[in-house]
Design a protein. Sequence first.
Length: 94
Amino acid sequence: MRWLLLLDDGDPHGLVEALVPDGVDMRHQFQPYGVSLVRLATDATVALHTWPEHERASLDCYGTAVERAPKVLEDLGWTALNTLVEDGWNSSPS
């Protein structure tokens, strides 16, 4: 499942670690700004891509991270603008 997030004061690294606590990280820092983070585990995968110039982030969750994502986003104060499911974008977070 994919969430479009408002990138305000949230910590991208903290979000990825909270969704997949025990995983292997891959990271790419773009210049002059923006980051792509991927965290892999046996039961979950998370990819987070940021566009600071647009104040947006895209979060893709697979496996058990899908179930944890809504609570983790809420607990960490991230704002979900909408979600992408198989049949298209939802206008409100699920």
